[in-house]
Design a protein around this ligand. Sequence first.
Ligand code: URP
Ligand code: ZN
Ligand code: ZN
Length: 462
Amino acid sequence: MGTLIHGGTVVTATDTYDADILIEGETVVTIGKNLDKGKHEVIDASGAFVFPGGIDPHTHFDMPFGGTVTADDFETGTRGAAMGGTTTVVDFALHTRGDSLQNALDKWKEKASGKAVIDYAFHLTIADGRDETMAEIPKMIAAGVNSFKVFMAYKHVLYVDDETIFKTLQVCRDAGGLVQVHAENGDVIEVITKQALAEGKTEPKWHALTRPVECEGEATHRAIRLAEIAGAPLYVVHVSSAMAADAISDGRKRGLPVYGETCPQYLVCDFTDYERPNFEGAKYVLSPPIREKWNQGVLLRKLKNMELHSFGSDHCSFNLCGQKELGKNDFSKIPNGAPTAEDRLAILWQVGVNSGLMSPNQFVALCSTNPAKFFGLFPRKGTIAAGSDADILVWDPKKKRTISAKTHHMNVDNNVFEGMTVEGRPRYVFSRGKMVADGDKFTGAKGAGKHQKSARYFPVSV
Ligand code: URP
Ligand code: ZN
Ligand code: ZN
């Protein structure tokens, strides 16, 4: 006996058609019209779209950062993601300067194993350019990690210099890895931050004002030029501004394999959110910062025109109470990040598809198929096909809900989309054939998620 998803409209990155889907065990086995109901469990998908489950290419669960540890671990973070329609996350395993990449990977595997409710894969960060670290990159690719993040920001913490970035690009080019870059000029931010604090500027809004958009524009341009010299592909994470997105468009006009990711917070939040009273602006302290409102439309149009290629949450949750409060008297001590994994799909559906700008196919490409391709999970994940994992999202395009920290499924006391009403939400979510969400109800199990090895990076045409 299998599970028959009946009466829905199947949407992949390329196709839209009415069909039933038969799942046996963990896998899609048949897709066809009016499939025999037999003894199968029948799931009603009438009036709904049937998408491949979302792939969130950017999460931080159980991560030490800013003098504390993220509020969501792999259990609560993946639970929230699953309730929003995501069936695989790619999380960042943090390398520590002087230590091995293998240790970082082992540590993050341990954090996820027995906890994650949906499948997960890993990126590795690169904390130093030692010969030992560079020599380990091909070994990590063989072990199932195909992407390596370098930070141009967070001076004295995660920051690495151009020499390290350039070496990483060269090694990844030869070994089948994809370099991801956090592009903000960390040196300049360090100087401006110290000056602002010395002048008594301590409120949350100074987080954004000390990280001007030019810092992101310059670093994005520099990273692309470094990749160009190295002859390596580059994926720019969490693009927040038109200026950075334009640098990516310019690189692509020169024929470079450079790709951009943006995130829901940059499409609906804006600089004025930092000015909320009672320290509420601290919710929006994340990096790169939230920009002036006019950037939102530019980013959205670039997603639509495939000048940005991937939609990640950059989920990195901290409670206002007890965690964001660490920076009550000094914005630079507010832990950076926001809880966004649960609402990632709903936000893009609302501002991208419901607005009439984007097709459901583009939505699938950005939220699932392209991330699966970049991070070596396609076609096992990121599409609906006979033989692919039965990671399926039955999406009700007409159901409305209002986002709130009171009702979300993440383990955190705030939500940067609080009060926003969205039309479109999961009716059912399946992870390798098992239902993990039935409307509002979580039906999955702690520890059911499995580690997914990424295949080596293969040039992606998007
Ligand atoms: O503020 C953010 N984005 N926190 C997570 C760490 C990062 O830079 O991605
Ligand atoms: Zn980053
Ligand atoms: Zn991040």
